[in-house]
Design a protein around this ligand. Structure first.
Ligand code: G5P
Ligand code: MG
Length: 214
């Protein structure tokens, strides 16, 4: 399964609930890239230059990265978040693996711009908090490890508007690609708590064998 949505639309938030209730493995391309940056790998060094400007990492690097991650997940059900983001990425994934469904979160840009200002993350794990929507138990500190939370380099206002523009240009063709395959399911709203029950119901009807408590 793939989850699409603009930067800050709640892909990570909804994905963590899907993982909790349906047991899929969550692969978030941005989290994987940030862990490469943290570990100072060659890919991390290359990707950092693009990411901090709010630009996309080149398709060939992303396709190789995700293909190698998926190769380690043979036989399991997974949820890809943040990939594919361009039509060439979607075509490459389609050759590698047929998807069962694609969830598409549609949240207005003005809501996103406001909410991203309050995001704090724990870099090593990708755990995400929000000053109002999901505050940590202790301000500025990760609930699990007690380590410091940081703001993402690309959450500055200039990078966010650049990311939203790039999303509109590059990812609309991805939506069209999946709509033509008949596997795109859109969820519109301004709050994750309003979108989530609808996603849950949809998944319960489509993957009943995996459905858990709600
Ligand atoms: P990422 O990491 O994939 P984006 O830009 O796609 O980044 P992002 O920013 O991670 O997406 P999200 O996961 O959709 O957003 O949203 P989220 O984290 O769940 O929610 C955002 C914040 O709002 C959080 O603090 C959350 O708690 C809060 N929140 C959620 N719901 C609500 C709500 O209802 N109300 C309120 N008030 N708050 C809420 O990619 C980063 C970069 O990596 C590169 C690119 O450079 C990209 O810019 N990259 C790729 N490049 C090329 N190809 C790819 N496939 C790439 N993948 C990554
Ligand atoms: Mg995310």
């Amino acid at each position: 399964m793939v989850i699409l949505g603009a930067p800050g639309s709640g892909k990570g938030t909804i994905s963590s609930r899907i993982v909790r209730d349906f047991g899929l493995t969550h692969l978030a391309s941005g989290d994987i890239l940030r862990s490469h940056i943290l570990n100072k790998t060659e890919l991390g060094t290359t990707a950092q230059g693009y990411m901090k400007e709010g630009k996309l990492v080149p398709d060939d690097l992303m396709v190789d990265l995700i293909a190698s991650e998926l190769a380690g997940l043979k036989g399991t059900s997974w949820l890809l978040d943040g990939f594919p983001r361009t039509k060439p990425q979607a075509q490459a994934l389609h050759q590698h693996q047929q998807l069962d469904m694609v969830l598409n979160l549609e949240v207005p840009d003005e809501v996103i711009i406001e909410r991203i200002k309050g995001r704090w993350i724990h870099l090593p794990s990708g755990r995400t908090y929000h000053t109002e929507f999901k505050p940590p138990k202790v301000a500025g500190v990760d609930d699990v490890t007690g380590e410091a939370l940081v703001q993402r380099e690309d959450d500055r206002a200039e990078s966010v508007s650049q990311r939203l523009k790039l999303y509109a240009t590059n990812t609309n063709p991805v939506k069209d690609f999946y709509a033509q395959l008949g596997i795109l399911q859109a969820f519109h709203g301004t709050e994750s708590n309003e979108i989530w029950p609808r996603v849950h119901r949809f998944l319960q009807n489509h993957i009943p064998a995996l459905s858990g408590p709600f």
